[in-house]
Structure formats: C-alpha cells, structure tokens
Design a protein around this ligand. Structure first.
Ligand SMILES: Cc1ncc(COP(=O)(O)O)c(C=O)c1O
Length: 396
C-alpha cells in the first residue's frame, strides 16, 4: 500500500463522476487536465482532439462563459480573459502588425488610449484618433492610413457618446478594415454589435456582465475565424481568466436584463431631473431626446443604459465638492455595479491625460460620470440634490 502522503494526494485529487447536471456551472478550479495516454494529451494540446489540457489554453468554466456571451451577442464564438484590458489588447493585436496604424475614436477609455499610444505605439503600431460620430472623417482617416482596423466604443467612457455601429461597419468594410467595438457600457442586453456588422465585440465583464463589483474579467466575441486569430494571443501572452472569476461572471448573466432595465430607468430619471437644475452646464445621456446621440441610440440600443454624465458649471472644484458630498454612491473608478458609482474622470480614471488630451477627449473639468446602481431612485435623487447644493454653494 502507498504511504500516507501519496495516499493523501491521490485521495484528494479524484474527479467525481457526476451524471446529473448541477444547477450552477461547476468551477473547474484546476490548472491542468489529465488524459488516459500521452498520445491523447498531445492530441488535446495540439487541438486534434477536443478537450482540456491546461487552463491557460482552455478551461471548462471559462469556456462556458465565453460561449454564453457569444450566444447572447449573436456571435459564433468567444474567448474569456483575465480583464477587459487583456481582452482589448488581444483583440487589437489580432488585427494589427508593426508598421500599421489603427483608427480609433477620440472618445475612448483612458487606459485603452494608453495601450494604443504608449504600449502599442512603442512597438511600432500607430494610432490615428478621429471623432467616430463624423463618418466622413472616419472614412478619410481609414483611407489616409490604410488602417486594417477601426476601434470604437458603443457608448464612450466617460463622455457617453454613441457610435453608429452599422454605419461605421459599412465605412470600415468599404475600406477593407475590421470594426472592433468595446460594448462594455451597453452590455449585450443593450446592444449586440456583431449583429450590426462589427467584426469583434469586446467587454470588460468586470462591469455589467458580472454586475456585482467582485471580479475582474473580459470577453471577446466574433466569428469563429476572428476568435481563432485571437486565441494564440490569449495562449501566448497568458491573459487567461481564472475559473472562479468566470463562475462569478456567469452568476451575473441570468439577471443582466433585469439589472439593465433598472439601471436604465434610474439613469433616465436622474438625467432628466438634473438637466433642469441650477449649476448644471450639460447632461450627457442618450435617453434624453435632445442628446446628440439619441437618434442613433434609439435605433441601436434596446435600453439607453445606466451610464450618464453631467458637467458642473463650477468646473474642477465643483466636481470634487459634488463627489465628496455624496453619501450613497461610492467614490470609486469602476461602474456597472449594484451600488451607484459617481466618478470625476479628470481626477480619477483620466488622471493620466494632460489638459490638452482631456480637451481632445471632450472631457470638461467639471464632468461627473454616473453609473446608476439598483438603489431606490428616490433615495438617489435626494442624495444628488444635497450634493448639488454643496457643489454650487447653496445653503440648505
Ligand atoms: C469602456 C471600458 N472598457 C474597458 C475597460 C477595462 O476593463 P478592465 O478594468 O476589466 O480591464 C473599462 C474599465 O473601466 C471600461 O470602462
């Protein structure tokens, strides 16, 4: 008989044979999977035989998440990543080589801008920024640069600008470029970019997909061919999602529609109320009929979403004062959670941008970005009202 430690190792690593389906996707918390023979392992590793060998390459729990998001977005296939940025990085590298240029929207998440300019720029990949709502400018930039890809956000962070995906897909494809869309703000419930002609749709699953601010994850979906081109970057660069994290994102999906409806209804109510208040220079929300993105949003989005922004006339100081006076929302950089989050991008998420880059990204110094949570809207409105009073110096 084997000795104690050997017996402990063998006894503790048996995989149960379960014939019944579990009510939740099992967490395959394993770095590797064993085969019957060495030959079979070689076949699984090289993709000759379907199966699992090593969790950086593929894991059953993360695979369920990737295919679930692909199905929700009407795409053929998907891949899950350790974060939204890992997903964006892999998607972009799958369509670009050194010496080429990507055309990207100026209204882009600050870290994506950094990835493009600082990281990929240092590797000989150029970026030409353009206003994605100006189709003629996009077309001219694609023609001038011969870019193999166009990168936009369905709803931009933090300026809440809506990109017309169907129109941009047409422009991009006419110029032989692929359209990559960061669909994080809209979520698959609000928008399905691949159905509108995008080649690759990307999510920070850290946000609405998981929905509970307890996990970092990213997902990319597209045609099987596109996903096959992204897979080697996932495998070789190693931004694989951990199975426990995949499980947490899966846990959010069944309630995505319910959460998005509530996030959206609250955003519309707060945005509508805010635009009539003193001290407010501007409210950005595609659900408002006067918003420049409303017409496209009404066509493209099933819900207008839980993200809106507003500009305080008092600038940077008023923005900070508003944020500090809030009692219900958290002062944090993320979004898409059960709890409302208010951020002041010029001093948080976009702090890496200097004044000129801020201006180029359309971010006013008094801009506050709101991610509505699931709280009772009356409580949120009262909190916004008192914070506005504090920010504009009104005695209450
Ligand atoms: C629109 C958008 N895309 C991508 C990301 C990056 O996602 P992650 O933080 O999961 O890497 C974020 C993060 O805030 C985001 O807001």
């Amino acid at each position: 008989m084997a000795r104690f430690t050997t017996r402990a190792i063998l006894a503790a690593t048996r995989t149960p044979a379960v014939r019944q389906a579990s009510s939740a996707t099992p967490i395959y918390q394993a770095s590797a999977f064993a085969t019957e023979t060495a030959a079979e392992l070689g076949e699984v590793l090289t993709g000759v035989t379907p199966g699992y060998a090593y969790s950086r390459i593929d894991n059953p729990t993360t695979a369920v998440l990737a295919s679930a998001v692909a199905e929700l977005e009407g795409a053929e296939a998907g891949l899950a990543f350790a974060s939204g940025m890992a997903a964006i990085h892999a998607a972009i590298l799958s369509v670009l080589r050194a010496g080429q240029t990507i055309v990207a929207t100026t209204a882009v998440y600050g870290t994506t801008r950094d990835l493009l300019v600082r990281i990929l720029g240092g590797l000989g990949i150029g970026t030409e920024f353009v206003d994605s709502t100006d189709l003629a400018a996009v077309d001219a930039a694609l023609a001038r640069t011969g870019a193999p890809a166009l990168y936009v956000e369905t709803i931009s962070n933090p300026t809440i600008i809506v990109s017309d995906i169907a129109a941009l897909a047409e422009v991009a494809h006419r110029r032989g470029a692929a359209l990559l869309v960061d669909n994080t703000f809209a979520s698959p419930y609000g928008c399905r970019p691949v159905e509108r002609g995008a080649d690759i749709s990307i999510h920070s699953a850290t946000k609405y997909l998981s929905g509970h601010a307890d996990v970092l994850a990213g997902v990319v979906v597209g045609s099987r061919e596109r996903i096959d081109a992204i897979r080697p970057i996932l495998v070789d660069a190693g931004g694989a999602l951990a199975p426990m994290a995949a499980y947490l994102v899966l846990r959010g999906l069944p309630t995505l529609s319910l959460r998005m409806e509530r996030h959206s209804a609250t955003a519309l109510e707060l945005a509508t109320w805010l635009k009539g208040q003193p001290g407010i220079a501007r409210v950005h929300y595609p659900g408002l009929p006067e918003d420049p993105g409303h017409e496209v949003a009404a066509r493209q989005l099933d819900v207008f979403g839980g993200m809106f922004a507003f500009e305080l006339a008092g600038g940077r100081d008023a923005g900070r004062a508003f944020l500090d006076a809030m009692t219900i929302p958290e002062r944090t950089a993320s979004l898409g959670a059960t709890r409302t989050i208010v951020s002041h991008p010029p001093s948080t998420t976009h702090r890496q941008l200097d004044e000129a880059a801020l201006r180029q990204s359309g971010i006013a110094p008094g801009l506050l970005r709101v991610s509505t949570g699931l709280e009772d809207v009356e409580d949120l409105r009262a909190d916004f009202e008192q914070a506005l009073g504090a920010a504009v110096g009104r005695a209450r």
